[in-house]
Design a protein around this ligand. Structure first.
Ligand code: ZN
Length: 324
């Protein structure tokens, strides 16, 4: 199976197809078993995780497998491949697989605003990321699923911590701080033997894979964007119904998909991939795709804006001419 970050994951309809696809990705990442993990148990773990994703519009098993697939593509880039130890690669892919497990289809702000049990449990901080990490570690505590049980105890502890911290790093609230720290680190020497540098780069790859949809071929990118807005708008409707603050992207009457995607690329996604292209030139193809898609989204957004302006003007003129 050739790694393809544009593979149309959304075309896989059955859960079993998605699980098989994920197992193959992991096998390809560790063909000689150098990671030392228990290969009899990993497929069972993946299967168990798949059962714990909900049927949301976006934060579902498709998104989890897509993130894992894009991450696997990144891990095959030459500089990255040389820098990451085999077990780290497997744990990072596991983090991609589990990072949104039991996501309820509404975001952290919703949890905080409704004062949910999860928000209380995690003191309003990275609520859903903390929850997903706990679910993932909980499954790993089951002896039938613990694919780390062939490793020495201290390596298991480190791997579990890495899994937890990597999932926590996907909290978008800290995205800009993360970019600033990464930029500073990448301006120095790229020393993969420095644990701090290594984990920062590892987490940045996971974060990048998580928000990589806008950098796919346009048709794919747009399909994912449609899934995202469906989920956001469903939350917006609920927020209005309950008189809660409506999230910036959740108001269907105010948010236009093309303009929102252009903004997302410009403000959040592009910077991260430009930085990563300094680490490995292989990331440049994502930067190019983002630029291409940004142009398309901007053009479409402008056409929609002009059409709406025109409709508004016609309506005003009609009112003026029909006035007594
Ligand atoms: Zn995600």
């Amino acid at each position: 199976m050739k790694l393809d970050r544009n593979f149309p994951i959304l075309s896989l309809r059955l859960k079993s197809e998605l699980v098989d696809f994920a197992v193959n990705l992991f096998r390809q990442e560790d063909p000689d078993g150098k990671s030392g993990i228990n290969w009899n148990k990993l497929p069972r773990y993946i299967q168990a995780v798949s059962q714990k994703y909900f049927d949301n519009h976006y934060h579902n098993l498709h998104h989890a497998i897509d993130t894992t697939n894009v991450l696997a593509w990144m891990l095959a880039l030459p500089v990255v491949r040389k820098g990451f130890p085999p077990l780290h690669r497997i744990m990072l892919m596991t983090a991609a697989l589990v990072h949104d497990v039991e996501h309820p289809g509404k975001d952290n702000n919703w949890e905080i605003n409704i004062r949910s049990n999860l928000a209380t449990k995690y003191d309003n901080r990275a609520v859903l990321e903390n929850h997903s990490a706990q679910v993932a570690l909980g499954l790993l505590a089951d002896p039938e699923l613990n694919f780390l049980d062939t490793l020495p105890g201290f390596v298991q502890d480190d791997s579990r911590k890495m899994l937890h911290d990597a999932v926590l790093a996907t909290d978008f609230a800290r995205h800009r701080d993360f970019i600033t720290i990464l930029e500073a680190k990448l301006s120095g020497s790229h020393d993969f033997s420095d644990p701090e540098f290594l984990s920062l780069v590892e987490f940045s790859l996971l974060k990048a894979a998580d928000i990589s949809n806008p950098g796919k071929v346009f048709e794919q990118a747009k399909k994912w964007a449609e899934c995202v807005v469906k989920e956001f708008w469903a939350q917006g409707k609920e927020e209005k119904k309950r008189n809660l603050p409506v999230g910036m992207l959740n108001d269907q009457e105010k948010v236009e998909l093309h303009a929102a995607q252009a903004g997302f690329i410009k403000m959040q996604v592009m910077d991260l991939f430009v930085l990563l292209s300094r680490l490995d030139p292989g990331f440049q193809e994502v930067v190019d795709a983002l630029e291409h898609n940004l142009g398309k989204y901007n053009k479409a957004a402008e056409a929609i804006r002009q059409r709406r302006e025109h409709t508004k003007k016609v309506a005003v003129n009609q009112t003026a001419t029909s006035a007594p």
